[in-house]
Design a protein around this ligand. Structure first.
Ligand code: PEP
Length: 260
């Protein structure tokens, strides 16, 4: 049985180039959503400098604002970093932590744990990204995901599980067009839930959303939801095209409506 209303998050990464283009994209998404009531939680994660402008365009909070990262300290001499109080002050309600593009630039499991620890002292949703660089025949990728997950979960108190989201994002599928099969995604979801159960008990694990990211498009979204059994998506490339992004949101809405 499904536990959660689907969550669809657009990760804009370092796009688009200007605040004007960001506003245009945001408004195009809003327009494509129309007025229909959708049973889907929607968020977009634009680059930091655009957050406060976009906050003004979303007075109803129909589209929540997420950040692509956070630094664990609140204030002080940390050149180039952005803190949680700063993000909250511009309307951010969710933060992506440990994205593979940041891990590839040297972000360690320990740093991710520190960011997670700070985040889960607040009421902000934490989207923790995990995923293997490559798949091998002997299943070693499971231990990669397990190590990333266990390290980050040390920073999450049992009382905050409703605001925890795990994004399974196999690195080989990000931005490549090589999407994981729904069967592989389902197996990994079960594996992640097993670790969550280990850590928080069954009732605790059931509160956590497990979403998928990696070349999600409107053509593969339904199968990933139905057979992959994930609770939503983290979407990069396709979230920069308003119509494609909203098509995926509508697919999630239909899925939520028809499944029990
Ligand atoms: C991502 O960056 O988190 C992502 C999933 O990207 P894409 O959808 O482009 O593969």
């Amino acid at each position: 049985m499904k536990q959660h209303v689907p969550l669809i998050v657009g990760n804009w990464k370092m796009n688009p180039a200007t605040v004007g283009a960001a506003k245009k994209l945001f408004l195009a998404i809003r327009k494509a959503l129309g007025r229909k009531r959708l049973n889907v939680h929607i968020a977009v994660a634009p680059p930091f400098p655009f957050l406060s402008e976009l906050e003004r365009l979303s007075p109803s909070q129909r589209i929540s604002l997420a950040a692509q990262d956070v630094f664990f300290e609140a204030i002080g001499a940390h050149t180039g970093e952005v803190s949680l109080p700063m993000l909250k002050s511009v309307g951010v309600t969710a933060v992506i932590v440990g994205h593979s593009e940041r891990r590839a630039r040297g972000e360690s499991d320990h740093e991710i744990y520190e960011d997670v620890s700070t985040l889960f002292k607040s009421n902000v949703t934490g989207i923790i990204c995990v995923g293997e660089n490559e798949r091998d025949d002997s299943g070693n990728f499971y231990s990669v995901v397990e190590a990333q997950l266990r390290s980050a979960l040390r920073g999450v108190p049992k009382t905050k599980l409703k605001q925890l989201v795990i994004a399974y994002e196999p690195v080989w599928a990000i931005g490549t067009g090589a999407v994981a099969t729904p069967e592989d995604v389902h197996e990994m979801k079960l594996f992640i839930q097993k670790i969550l159960t280990d850590h928080f008990g069954r009732a605790g694990a059931e509160k956590v959303r497990v979403i998928y990211g990696g070349s999600v498009k409107k053509k593969n979204a339904a199968a990933l939801l139905e057979e992959g059994q994930v609770d939503g998506f983290l979407i990069g490339g396709a979230s920069l095209k308003a119509k494609e992004f909203v098509s995926i949101i509508n697919i999630a809405h239909e899925y939520e409506k028809t499944s029990v």
